[in-house]
Design a protein around this ligand. Structure first.
Ligand SMILES: [Zn+2]
Ligand SMILES: [Zn+2]
Length: 180
């Protein structure tokens, strides 16, 4: 545990577990108009899709706020080495399954999916959520497709590095400042 204070909302969070403030992160996701894309929107069912896809639960789609606040506080960031982006993974947001999987050519979910994956999770424009299987995701982590965030480079610092940086907020060289 390493306490960090958000400069925007004064939230104090554990910088060893997350690189940024959870309430501000949830707020950014909620402000993204295309966070739930048609492919993953259960409100459009029944709707045939050409390939396998997953849909979120109606509970999630109708009121994403509490789920996303929970996700921001409890989920984990990863770097997606295949698509070269950051994703955010939460197992059972609010203690519930996140959605269901729809086989190719079918129109409704045929199996439950327990976890919420947010792709491009640091983008205020591209962030979007969908349901995945925790077991499958963990296999992908072991295979190196997803990688945990690195820790801060500063000696003895246990914080996670900020996204696209080598240090945590406390140790980051301010942008534009000359490195010693
Ligand atoms: Zn904040
Ligand atoms: Zn640090």
């Amino acid at each position: 545990m390493s306490r960090a204070a958000c400069p925007n909302c004064d939230e104090v969070f554990d910088a060893a577990a997350m690189p940024s403030c959870p309430p501000c992160l949830a707020e950014a996701w909620l402000a993204t108009p295309t966070f739930i894309r048609p492919k993953h929107d259960p409100r459009l069912l029944p709707l045939r899709w050409e390939s396998y896809r997953s849909v979120l639960t109606p509970n999630f789609a109708n009121d994403p706020g509490p789920h996303l606040v929970f996700a921001a506080r409890n989920g984990t960031w990863y770097r997606d080495n295949h698509y070269e982006m950051y994703v955010h993974m939460t197992h059972e947001p609010l203690g519930r399954s996140a959605g269901g999987g729809i086989p190719e050519g079918k129109t409704s979910p045929e199996h439950g999916l327990d976890s919420l994956l947010i792709a491009e999770a640091d983008s205020e424009v591209e962030a979007h959520g969908f349901a995945v299987s925790r077991t499958t995701f963990e296999q992908q982590v072991r295979a190196g497709e997803f990688e945990a965030l690195p820790h801060c480079n500063a000696a003895g610092c246990n914080n996670l590095a900020l996204l696209r940086a080598s240090e945590c907020a406390e140790h980051q060289t301010p942008r534009g400042a000359a490195k010693p």
